[in-house]
Design a protein around this ligand. Structure first.
Ligand code: NAD
Length: 286
């Protein structure tokens, strides 16, 4: 019975994935996007969702083989995509990425600043090296890619006023919910939230919208490791009112929405997709 329940849940999610990808409009036709950390997980799902809405996508990742594999899969599905190697924490690589994208596809309209890493250790034991590594990718990477993309978008707006642009930064529920064993990660995502608001304020006059997405527990490789530990997984589910983890495509769909004109008056916001976890912050014992 338990196996049957699990199988039907998997089938339901499989069906949902097909419907999410197949039943989409072409809201992003003619647009060009960069997705950082797009080789797998949430980034790949963002690239897929944007691509199926007509967007040309550059999958940028530090993992060169991974991004090539991702692009081959996207191309099989009919998405116009190209792979680029980029470490988001290195300014010269980020600048090259933006220049190469414009050279390849003629413009840059959307950035999904998704690349992120986690390094766990109790606060008292966390090394300076690990703290720096997390901040460099998760926060400085968002700054560097956002600035390089925005500079290009500002120029495009001068050439064709009203063209606009959209930047989406991948945050986390951990931007506001503290876990002491991932202090660097928490700090980096808290920084992403406020950087998102600063970027939105600076770029509003240029018709560039900047928003964040705050996922809860999403089934990517990071969580798959947790899923094999039954008690750890039960802890995750016990703090998720919807009683299940999220699918990466459920985040990709939000990225496509925020990038599209359907979100034309939304800027400076963080949209949480967490199965209700943040709502638990507001409950009191009854
Ligand atoms: P993942 O580990 O599956 O994928 C991350 C990708 O980023 C990988 O392809 C990796 O090669 C790439 N990457 C790592 N460092 C990079 C760098 N310096 N430059 C370029 N690319 C780099 O992770 P995921 O679970 O898909 O997470 C994606 C984003 O979503 C991260 O920012 C993460 O913090 C955030 N997030 C994930 C969850 C979750 O439950 N999975 C929850 C909240 C937030």
């Amino acid at each position: 019975n338990k196996e049957h329940k699990q199988l039907s849940q998997e089938m339901e999610m499989g069906l949902k994935r097909v419907m999410l990808v197949a039943g989409v409009s072409q809201r992003l036709l003619g647009k060009v996007a960069i997705v950082t950390g797009g080789a797998k997980g949430i980034g790949y799902a963002c690239a897929s969702c944007l691509g199926h809405e007509g967007c040309k996508v550059v999958v940028a990742d530090i993992d060169e083989q991974g991004s090539s594999r991702a692009v081959s899969q996207l191309q099989l599905e009919g998405v116009l995509a190209a792979a680029a190697k980029c470490d988001v924490s290195k300014k010269h690589e980020v600048d090259q990425l933006v220049a190469w994208t414009v050279q390849t596809y003629g413009a840059l309209d959307i950035l999904i600043a998704n690349a992120g890493i986690v390094k766990g250790a109790d606060f008292l034991d966390m090394s300076q090296e690990d703290f720096d590594a997390v901040l460099n990718v998760n926060l400085k990477g968002v700054f560097l890619t956002g600035q390089a993309a925005a500079r290009q978008m500002v120029e495009q707006n001068k050439m064709s006023p009203g063209r606009g642009g959209a930047i989406i930064n991948m945050s986390s529920v951990n931007a506001v919910m503290a876990i002491p064993t991932i202090a660097g990660y928490n700090a980096s995502k808290g920084g992403v939230n406020n950087l998102t608001r600063c970027m939105a304020l600076s770029l509003a006059a240029h018709n560039i919208r900047v928003n964040g997405i705050g996922p809860g527990s999403i089934m990517t490789e990071v969580l798959a490791a947790v899923a094999s530990d039954k008690s750890a997984m039960n802890r995750v589910l016990s703090r998720t009112p919807m009683g299940r983890v999220g699918d990466p495509l459920e985040i990709g769909q939000i990225a496509a929405f925020l990038a599209s004109d359907a979100a034309s008056y939304i800027t400076g916001q963080i949209l949480y997709a967490d199965g209700g976890r943040m709502a638990l912050n507001y409950t009191v014992p009854v």
